[in-house]
Design a protein around this ligand. Structure first.
Ligand code: PLP
Length: 377
């Protein structure tokens, strides 16, 4: 079916980007990057211009998340997917437990399963449902995904784990606006192309003293001459920690990615976590309220405590041609990226509520979608 989009011009959002990642990078950040001229891009990451950027990010993260002084903040190349393997090689001692509820948590679980010298178990929730992790001393590492981007499910509460267990959290699409007390977590990590409005390819890892101790213990085992534990050089936590101390990444980073992340951190830090959370919750209330009000919509995540304030998944009646609407909106450059996670195969809108996506634009988006759906029914 064809849609007369121009009849709804008054409902066009000011920015078309609502994708669950990569996310909206403000155009003002691009202008600021251009203004650095010949003095930033093309500079070595061992020189002050880039190291100051890394230090600025580390300092702002520490204050934004109220990270304890004895926690380390590391930046490196490869993103969250790279860290899945780095954790499996260098932090799991004998046995890991993964809580899964979608494609990304499952991917992390699978990356641990392939290591032959450790064991991996999982506790899985059906897609669209949530699961609350529990402490369990049988495991030396527990893996949770703060915001499962494929389904829009969050972890609402984390357990206090024992002294021999590391609690690790992939915060890629929720970090910054889904609540989580980092002082109770041993490894909190994310790629910055979601809430933090940067590009992909980078990881940020925040480590407790307990996680550093484990990393150093397994590093020692990798140096053992007779029976060394295998840890690839590029995945060495020791190297990453040493570079973090020097405000550097181990190998050459994308400087524009660091720049955008720093700009976003400055803005979020100026508002503070509580304000960012309040704004995110208002946007979530609006989108889920819309889904509850319209007879042809429903919230994919039924249990409210598991509904994300960072990525909303909204099921649509099978009579509605969701892919036709999305195609028309993309072709006219009005709205990008609101399709369901591809492997879910649902008649669904997945809408990011990331910090830079405004409530005003979400209101326009929902009224535009309602108008297009109602036209076709
Ligand atoms: C929850 C979660 N974990 C991990 C990843 C993978 O991140 P990257 O592509 O930066 O490796 C994503 C990407 O969307 C994600 O949403």
């Amino acid at each position: 079916m064809s849609f007369n989009l121009q009849a709804h011009k008054d409902k066009f959002p000011s920015d078309p980007r609502f994708g669950a990642g990569p996310s909206l990078i403000p155009v003002s950040f691009l202008e600021k990057l251009t203004a650095t001229g010949a003095h930033l891009l093309g500079t070595s990451h061992r020189k002050p211009a880039v190291r100051n950027l890394v230090k600025g990010i580390q300092d702002d993260l520490r204050s934004y998340f109220k990270i304890p002084d004895d926690y380390k903040i590391i930046l490196g190349n490869g993103g969250a997917t790279f860290l899945f393997d780095m954790i499996s090689f260098g932090l799991v001692e004998k046995k890991a437990l993964h809580y899964t509820c979608g494609e990304f948590s499952d991917k992390w679980y699978k990356s641990s399963c392939v290591i032959p010298w450790t064991e991996t178990d999982k506790k899985a929730a059906e897609y669209g449902k949530g699961i609350t992790p529990k402490a369990d001393d049988e495991y030396d590492l527990i893996a949770c995904t703060l915001n499962e981007t494929s389904t829009g499910v969050i972890v609402p509460e984390f357990p206090k784990v024992g002294e021999e267990t590391l609690l690790t959290v992939d915060a890629t699409s929720g970090g910054g606006q889904v609540p989580c007390d980092i002082s109770q977590v041993d490894l909190y990590f994310f790629s910055p192309q979601k809430v933090f409005a940067s590009e992909g390819g980078l990881y940020v890892a925040i480590m407790s003293p307990k996680a550093v101790k484990r990393a150093m213990k397994l590093h020692e085992e990798s140096q053992n001459e007779s029976e060394p534990r295998f840890i690839p050089h590029f995945m060495s936590w020791k190297t990453a920690l040493d570079n973090g101390e020097k405000n550097q990444t181990y190998n050459t980073p994308s400087i524009s990615t660091l720049f955008f992340l720093h700009e976003q951190m400055k803005e979020m830090e100026a508002l503070g976590f509580n304000k960012v959370l309040e704004l995110a919750n208002l946007k979530a209330e609006h989108v889920y309220g819309w889904a509850e009000e319209k007879p042809y919509l429903s919230c994919y995540v039924e249990e409210k405590i598991y509904r994300s304030n960072a990525v909303a998944t909204i099921d649509v009646d099978s009579k509605v041609d969701v892919s036709g609407i999305i195609k028309a909106l993309e072709e006219e450059k009005v709205v990008y990226g609101i399709d369901a996670y591809r492997k879910l195969g649902r008649n669904q809108f997945r809408i990011a509520l990331f910090h830079n996506i405004s409530l005003e634009d979400l209101k326009k988006l929902t009224s535009l979608l309602s108008a297009l759906i109602e036209e076709g029914l």
